[in-house]
Design a binder for this molecule. Structure first.
Ligand code: CTP
Ligand code: CA
Length: 224
């Protein structure tokens, strides 16, 4: 697309968005990852761009691509790479929206050569990755807005609210895998936007693009 009409809602605002999964290597040919397609994060990046923001997208490995050349994309692979980029970009951002499905654990050791099959069973030692969003919550200035995502399969609202408080977020977007039409790889999603003061807004099932737009618009309303 050469020319698109961009609104001014977020003009002059720098928005940092993370999207997609991360990959944690086991050896040169294998990794641990998850089912995140990156679609929700891409949709938010595009919505923010169309609303006038200056968008940087930190993107884990994914098949979907952004359709506007004006969005700055920084590709990363591992949680550690995503951490380095997000922590260096966040200080100059006005808004951070972390939609990435960051691996919680990585193999303690990465084998230099392909691991050959031997025994009937095999186990891998894993170490926790550092929580990127929680670190951003710690470094956040009062005028910055930080939005996290929560993927829950039980006690959804209680768990999401606890995450919001623990990571010092302004908002958390609860993704419930229980809702039909929501989740990995689908083009639709059902989310609840929750605020630190307990207010919440449940968005009806819609395309990820519509959800992204509604999310950005509610941030705009809630911030003003
Ligand atoms: N997140 C992150 N760094 C990690 C893990 C998660 O920045 N190492 C961010 C995600 O991008 C998301 C939020 O934290 O915005 C919540 O991710 P989620 O997996 O739902 O929560 P966790 O804190 O990892 O807890 P758990 O997986 O145990 O529910
Ligand atoms: Ca997690």
């Amino acid at each position: 697309c050469s020319q698109v009409f961009r609104k001014q809602d977020f003009a002059g605002k720098k928005v940092l968005i993370s999207a997609g999964p991360t990959q944690e290597s086991i050896d040169p040919v294998r990794f641990i990852s998850n089912h995140s397609s990156g679609k929700m994060g891409i949709a938010i990046a595009e919505a923010m761009y169309l609303l006038g923001a200056d968008v940087t997208l930190v993107a884990g490995p994914m098949h979907v691509t952004v359709q506007y050349a004006g969005i700055r994309v920084i590709p990363v692979r591992t949680a550690a790479e995503m951490e380095t980029v997000c922590l260096s970009e966040f200080p100059s951002a006005d808004i951070g929206i972390m939609a990435a499905a960051v691996a919680d654990y990585r193999p303690v050791q990465i084998a230099d050569e392909k691991i050959k099959k031997q025994a009937e069973s095999w186990s891998i030692s894993l170490a926790k990755t550092s929580d990127i969003l929680a670190q951003m919550g710690e470094m956040k200035h009062p005028d910055q807005v930080l939005v996290g995502f929560a993927l829950e399969t039980e006690n959804e609202e209680v768990n999401a609210q606890a995450k919001l408080i623990r990571k010092k977020l302004d908002y958390i977007v609860l993704n419930s895998l229980r809702d039909p039409g929501a989740g990995f790889g689908t083009d639709t999603n059902q989310v609840t936007i929750m605020r630190a003061d307990g207010a919440q807004m449940k968005l009806t099932l819609a395309s990820k693009n519509d959800i992204a737009l509604k999310l950005c618009q509610s941030l705009k309303v809630w911030q003003s």
